[in-house]
Design a protein around this ligand. Structure first.
Ligand SMILES: [Zn+2]
Length: 346
């Protein structure tokens, strides 16, 4: 039990046992608006494809979404979400990842704009931030996301420019022109650390153009061993000090290095922790350790259906309505508002 709630569920539908959700007349799980309030999801993705994969149709509506953690897969709310994968489900994720280098079918073809909007509606999410990830010369997910999301007021896009790509400054300018409002960096998948000198070039540009950066931080349970040190929190110690005006958002709040993330964030006001995957007891530690002003809700959709991380954030903030409002929506609005003023997408 986590407080008054059970922690183990046989799948997402069983979350209807929690007071925050109910089943609608179509048999789908929906959030109870009056109990949940406004939600902004700061960490989501559309389908990512690479290398020789044919261009993905991001405007396609499909009958269902293939989440990386299947909708009916059991989980424990008090665990980091990636811990819930059975060996079989983890193997499937790896094969889907590899497949998107040559194919746009499979899971990835369901990770589209109409599908995320549908899930946002079910869960009462007003706005989502989509994060692209690109590899030099091997993909243009940034361009695809931005063109597909053009005109969608509820979706903001953080683009991706690989520090080792040619013409870094030109690429940053291009993504801003296409409408990007931030930068996504993924040290584990893009193969560098936050302390890399070429990554510093990206920080300089983001600092100059006032783009916040969301990093993947911490080693996921299902990541290969050789990737595990790349997104470690210690690599951020110098950059966050050397760029005091640049906003560093630690995606997944450092995963299992969340304590180190809290410690660093309590020293540097320019760090935000985005809590996707983190269980309620750890989110509570973040609230206690650094306050609730710089915590952001994120789901990591389509890795997980939104209801799974949302349940965790709601349980963590049970009995603290003010803190809940901040984490689920107010902090995201303030962050984007401060940077964009009138032009804020939120
Ligand atoms: Zn991500």
């Amino acid at each position: 039990m986590t407080g008054e709630f059970p922690t183990r569920y046989g799948g997402c539908m069983e979350l209807s046992q929690l007071p925050y959700f109910e089943t609608d007349d179509k048999g789908q799980l929906v959030a109870r608006g009056e109990d949940v309030g406004e939600v902004i999801d700061f960490h989501t993705h559309l389908g990512l494809t690479f290398a020789v994969a044919p261009k993905l149709n991001l405007r396609l509506k499909t009958p269902r979404v293939d989440y990386m953690l299947p909708y009916d897969h059991p989980f424990d709310l008090e665990e980091y979400s990636a811990r819930s994968f059975s060996p079989k489900a983890a193997k499937k994720v790896v094969s889907e990842y590899l497949r998107c280098a040559w194919s746009s079918s499979g899971f990835v073809h369901t990770h589209t704009i109409p599908n995320i909007l549908c899930d946002m509606d079910r869960m009462g999410v007003t706005h989502s931030v989509l994060h692209a990830v690109d590899l030099p010369g091997l993909s243009d997910n940034t361009g695809n996301f931005l063109r597909a999301a053009d005109g969608e007021r509820r979706l903001a896009v953080f683009g991706s420019v690989h520090p080792y790509s040619i013409g870094v400054e030109r690429k940053v300018m291009r993504m801003i022109k296409l409408g990007a409002v931030g930068m996504k960096m993924h040290p584990a998948e893009q193969l560098y650390t936050a302390a890399n000198k070429r990554a510093y070039r990206i920080y300089e540009l983001c600092d100059h153009y006032r783009l916040p950066i969301l990093f993947h931080t911490g080693a996921s349970d299902i990541a290969p061993k050789w990737q595990k040190d790349l997104p470690a929190i210690r690599h951020f110690r110098n950059p966050v000090r050397e760029f005091p005006n640049l906003i560093f958002i630690f995606g997944h709040a450092g995963i299992h290095q969340y304590e180190e993330a809290i410690e660093l964030a309590s020293k540097h006001e320019n760090i935000y922790l985005e809590v996707s995957g983190q269980p309620p007891h750890r989110i509570k530690k973040m609230i206690d350790g650094m306050g609730s002003e710089r915590l952001l809700f994120g789901s990591d959709w389509p890795f997980y259906a939104i209801e799974l991380p949302l349940a965790k954030a709601l349980i963590a903030t049970e009995g603290m309505p003010e803190v809940r409002r901040k984490i689920l929506a107010e902090n995201a609005k303030r962050l984007m508002g401060v940077i964009y003023g009138e032009k804020s997408p939120f």
